[in-house]
Design a protein around this ligand. Structure first.
Ligand SMILES: [Zn+2]
Ligand SMILES: [Zn+2]
Length: 338
């Protein structure tokens, strides 16, 4: 098979021929139809993820067809169209048994703990716990994003933030997760106010249905004014920036909740005195377990959540190394079709 291989952190990878993967007894091999180019792929490529060792194949956000099945797998069949949460829980521990595979202590992650989906084929572990069926008629570009950015946004907004219809969500960072959070809020009949320093990203957020898109230089008072009701009851930080996190905390209303999903390259300074005095909640969110996908898939199937609308550019595998190594274009969501 052909695959994008990172030999050295921060150096543009190459497309090379590799032997086809074989499934683990509890796993499958999937022919990759589409795979997303996510911010955390760049995070790993730069060497910011302590668990990643070179050489490796990036990619963790995919849709494709099962082409080989391990002997212990019960429900997957050759030909099934599937995606998977980027966190693949082991299926055997207490967290997995409780439906919380996204925090499984023995988790695998394609593109991080083993070779990922910037390739014609990818091996996925623990198939019975992690595979999610994808309808044949769903656009592949949108379907790939269900593996990471859309699911991450859905769980952060719905399960961790508890956003309700009629509320205004604060979204910090209009990259893939932030833009997906805008779509999720709209699908729930809620509104989204977005903060991002890049005008192109703000335009993209407005085009996807955000109520307002603000430059962070407006400051916490300006953000709170745009939100009304004394600030955000729920905010999602998806930029992975310390200043954005601090702005989000300060723009919360009393007893509000900020859900952190953006990955930070170093430990941020957080305005903890505000967290204490105004009883704020600061939560983390880490993908979403396959057990929690049915509500998301229903929202997609109903047409209320148009995941394909997120995709701005589709490229082939040969263009993937350059796209990975390039500076991200604000508001752009790139998918790769190997
Ligand atoms: Zn587990
Ligand atoms: Zn991702």
């Amino acid at each position: 098979m052909r695959a994008v291989v990172v030999e050295e952190f921060g150096v543009e990878p190459t497309v090379v021929e590799r032997s086809d993967p074989v499934p683990a007894p509890d796993g499958v091999v999937v022919a990759v139809e589409v795979t997303g180019l996510c911010a955390s792929d760049r995070f790993a490529w730069r060497g910011h993820d302590a668990g990643v060792v070179t050489p490796f194949v990036p990619g963790h956000e995919l849709v494709g067809r099962v082409v080989a099945v391990g002997g212990e797998v019960r429900w997957a069949r050759v030909g099934d169209r599937v995606t998977t949460p980027f966190v693949q829980g082991c299926g055997r521990c207490g967290a997995c048994a409780a439906g919380r595979a996204q925090v499984c202590p023995d988790q695998e992650q394609p593109g991080f703990t083993h070779d990922g989906s910037f390739a014609e084929l990818v091996a996925l572990r623990y198939a019975d716990t992690n595979l999610v069926a994808v309808p044949d008629d769903l656009d592949g570009g949108g379907a790939a994003l269900l593996g990471c950015r859309v699911a991450t946004a859905f769980r952060a907004v719905v399960d961790r933030g508890g956003l309700r219809a009629g509320e205004r969500l604060l979204v910090l960072g209009a990259g893939g997760v932030g833009l997906a959070a805008v779509l999720v809020a709209r699908a729930l009949d809620a509104e989204a106010v977005v903060v991002d320093p890049a005008p192109e990203a703000r335009r993209r957020a407005l085009a996807l249905g955000a109520t307002a898109a603000l430059d962070p230089s407006i400051g916490p008072d300006g953000v709170r004014d745009a939100l009304g009701s004394g600030g955000a009851r729920v905010a999602v930080e998806a930029a992975g920036r310390a200043d954005s996190l601090a702005l989000g905390v300060r723009a919360l209303r009393t007893q509000g909740t900020l859900v952190q999903v953006g990955l930070l390259a170093s430990e941020p300074t957080v305005p903890v005195p505000e967290v204490v005095a105004r009883e704020l909640h600061l939560l983390g969110s880490h993908g979403m377990a396959a057990a929690d996908y049915p509500r998301l898939m229903e929202l997609v199937a109903s047409g209320r959540l148009d995941v394909a609308a997120l995709v701005t550019r589709r490229i082939g595998l040969d263009d993937a190394p350059g796209a990975l190594a390039a500076s991200p274009v604000p508001g752009e969501v790139v998918v790769i079709e190997p």
